[in-house]
Ligand binder design. Structure first.
Ligand code: DP6
Length: 328
């Protein structure tokens, strides 16, 4: 065990261009298909982990509030994996803060579990490689695997636990894109991602969506590497619509869109038809992520704010890798 049992890490949220929806092993969070995302600069979770011999149980404080129950259990699952790897017994205190509003349509689980994997392993005296950290973060939340590397990131489905991790396909500086998140509702989603993944196989459309995933991944990867916005726009919107088609045809059905979500999506398609480089993608909630080159972001934000039902717009550029900020 390290002489300093405390470490603090910061990790960005991410937005998926090609979505993760459905697991082939839900305990290990092995996805049915690979996914690609962009880290969101400035939308971060900062987490401090300290292993303390005096603690009888793990403790979790999120944004100043003590959390018990399922939230704590999910964190302890990751801490148990870390304790096993490091050969230690001590319980930990985990203090975590998100700098973006909860319920803003930005999943905090990706940045939270990436920061926890990095801070926790470092506090336990481990120096894990990037693939090892990504695999560890994946066990807490699948999308967290993608918040470990920087920039534009691909999570390969892999053949098992060992090779299901994410890696960077391009650095943040490769392409100056922005995500303008049109907030249409700040209320918490009814069905969270974890329950949603379990429903994916009940949709008759999921099989076709998964079978076509390698083609979409190739098109998306190529669009990023070639900085081809038109190609990116068509594959990102197709992938989002395919995931929502699966959600809407699951049993029970999951309808995440609200009328204002559709207003934004229709406006984005119209603007693109008029020549503006812009496209949409929607996660497991009603808010719409509108992607565009960074140079267009201020104009896009202004137009989004004029749409009825849009209550706020958050903007983010391309973010870097998860990092230790002290406790090294
Ligand atoms: C729609 O990673 O939040 O945002 O592994 O159960 O924590 P858990 O699920 P999560 O699922 C993300 C679903 C998505 C698409 C994506 O980010 O790829």
């Amino acid at each position: 065990m390290s002489s300093n049992p405390t470490a603090t890490a910061v990790a960005c949220a991410n937005i998926a261009f090609i979505k993760y929806w459905g697991n082939r092993d839900s305990a290990l969070r092995l996805p049915v298909n690979g996914s690609i995302s962009m880290n969101l600069e400035g939308l971060v979770t900062r987490t401090t982990v300290s292993f303390q011999p005096s603690l009888p149980f793990d403790e979790l404080v999120i944004n100043g509030r003590e959390v018990t129950g399922l939230g704590l259990e999910r964190v302890s699952t990751i801490l148990n994996l870390i304790r096993e790897m490091a050969g230690i017994q001590e319980r930990a205190e985990v203090i975590t803060e998100n700098n973006f509003p909860s319920g803003a349509g930005i999943a905090s689980s990706a940045s939270a579990f990436a920061a926890l994997a990095l801070a926790g392993s470092r506090a336990a005296g481990l120096k894990l490689t990037e693939p090892e950290l990504s695999r560890l973060a994946r066990r807490g939340s699948g999308s967290a695997a993608r918040s470990i590397p920087g920039g534009f990131v691909e999570w390969q489905a892999g053949t098992g636990d060992e090779d299901s991790f994410a890696f960077s396909i391009a650095a943040p500086e490769h392409w100056e894109l922005a995500d303008c998140v049109a907030i249409v509702s700040a209320s918490h989603k009814k069905t969270g991602s974890t329950e949603g993944h379990a429903l994916a196989p009940t949709s008759p459309l999921q099989e076709a969506r998964v079978a076509d995933a390698p083609r979409r991944l190739d098109l998306c990867r190529r669009a990023i590497l070639e900085r081809d916005f038109a190609a990116l726009a068509s594959i990102v919107e197709l992938d989002s619509d395919m995931m929502h088609a699966v959600m809407m045809t699951s049993s029970p059905a999951l309808h995440y869109w609200q009328p204002a979500s559709l207003s934004v999506m229709q406006a984005v398609r119209q603007w693109r038809g008029e020549g503006l480089p812009v496209c949409y993608t929607v996660d497991a909630g009603p808010n719409v992520h509108v992607l565009c080159p960074k140079a267009e972001a201020a104009g896009v934000e202004k137009k989004l704010r004029e749409i009825g039902g849009v209550v706020d717009v958050l903007k983010a550029g391309v973010g870097g890798a998860a990092k230790i900020v002290n406790g090294d």
